[in-house]
Design a protein around this ligand. Structure first.
Ligand code: G6P
Length: 364
């Protein structure tokens, strides 16, 4: 088993560190692929577009919904797989569901896809396991190339899902006329650097994450806040922290603080801000969210692109470098995964086998 961990103490760390490579492999496997093209055509022509998944895969779906409306100008309805019943009385003829599942076997996602197809809809699966049930039962299957993921908490499969879904969103924008051919080519070409962005994020954060994890080890609650693209990335960071460290981490859109959650904030309450592009739209708003926490004595932590270094009131900052909306997830997510990993390790938990969790849930 030690040999399989490639010299790392845990699979989770090994899999976080593999992201630069598997992102590049996923990119090369999918660029100008027929499945991405077919999926995009189907989505561009669809009446309504839905996206579903469980856990981490659902968060990748939220990133997809974000890109689809920002880049392709097409709204996407995200739902958690186990909640498919909400849409069950709808005729889905002419609609498309994107079903995301690393394993391709999660029962909730499988049932949502079966229900959707039975009511007339078409399904595009995004999975990491060739020939698994979900892609097999779908109209089109698009595969990520993360390689086998052993750690129970998903890491490398998340960013390869985000990359795959970004390629589908860009291709949809091309077919629906939101991007010209050259804009499409330029944006797709940029995704070639997703792996490099992940390396940058890892290299710029690895030391600081250790300091941060030791300073958070005695906390019981952590908020993780973002805006826009930062919202799904915050959900994913909080899920990772919960799964492997058992600390209570809660993510919500930063603008919601005043509608309730800020009631809990007192001296030294840790609040992590996941700060994403476009900075011109978000910097001022995030600045005021930082101040509203700081003025209640919160300990404020920033994981953001370089422009956010100018924020006031930040106690601890991790600057992942300068990236646009297309590349930012690859630089921002690894530091957050590393934080969850380090927290588990300093607290003496086994990050590869969290209590009560299974890698794949095949019972309802
Ligand atoms: C389980 C795992 C999670 C994962 C979820 C969805 O709960 O513990 O890490 O995100 O299933 O898995 P899937 O294989 O459908 O992506």
């Amino acid at each position: 088993e030690d040999a399989e961990k490639g010299g790392y103490p845990h699979y989770m760390l090994k899999e976080i560190m593999e992201q630069p490579r598997v992102l590049f492999e996923t990119y090369t496997g999918l660029v100008s692929s027929r499945e991405v093209e077919e999926a995009a055509k189907l989505i561009a022509e669809a009446g309504s577009v839905f996206v579903t998944g469980a856990g981490t895969s659902f968060h990748a779906g939220l990133v997809f919904a974000y890109y689809m409306s920002r880049i392709a100008g097409k709204p996407v309805i995200p739902f958690i797989s186990s909640e498919y019943a909400v849409f069950k009385n709808i005729d889905h003829t002419g609609s498309v569901l994107i079903a995301i599942s690393q394993s391709g076997e999660t029962i909730d996602t499988l049932q949502a896809l079966r229900g959707f197809r039975a009511s007339g809809g078409r399904v595009v699966a995004v999975s990491n396991v060739v020939g698994s049930t979900i892609p097999r039962e779908s109209d089109i299957a698009v595969y990520t190339r993360a390689g086998p993921e052993i750690g129970v908490a998903a890491t490398k499969t998340f960013l390869t899902q985000v990359l795959t879904l970004s390629m589908i969103a860009l291709a949809t924008a091309l077919y629906s006329g939101s991007l010209t051919k050259s804009e499409y080519r330029e944006a797709t070409e940029r995704l070639k650097d997703a792996g490099r962005a992940a390396s940058t994020g890892i290299n710029r954060s690895i030391r600081q994450v250790e300091l941060l994890a030791s300073s958070l080890r005695n906390k019981t609650n952590i908020y993780v806040l973002g805006r826009g693209l930062g919202v799904p990335l915050s959900y994913e960071a909080a899920l990772k922290i919960k799964e492997v460290s058992y600390l209570h981490a809660e993510a919500y859109p930063a603008g919601e603080s005043k509608h309730g959650p800020i009631a809990l904030v007192e001296k030294d309450f840790p609040v992590v801000f996941v700060a994403t592009p476009p900075e011109a739209e978000l910097l001022e708003k995030i600045q005021s969210n930082v101040m509203e926490m700081k003025s209640r004595g919160a300990s404020t932590i920033l994981v953001g692109t370089s422009s956010y270094l100018e924020l006031e009131g930040v106690d601890f900052a991790i600057d992942v470098g300068s990236f646009d909306e297309i590349l930012a997830p690859y630089a921002l997510v690894p530091p957050l995964q590393l934080l969850a990993y380090r927290l588990a390790v300093v607290l003496g938990r086994d990050p590869d086998k969290p209590r009560n969790l299974a890698k794949t849930v095949t019972v309802e």
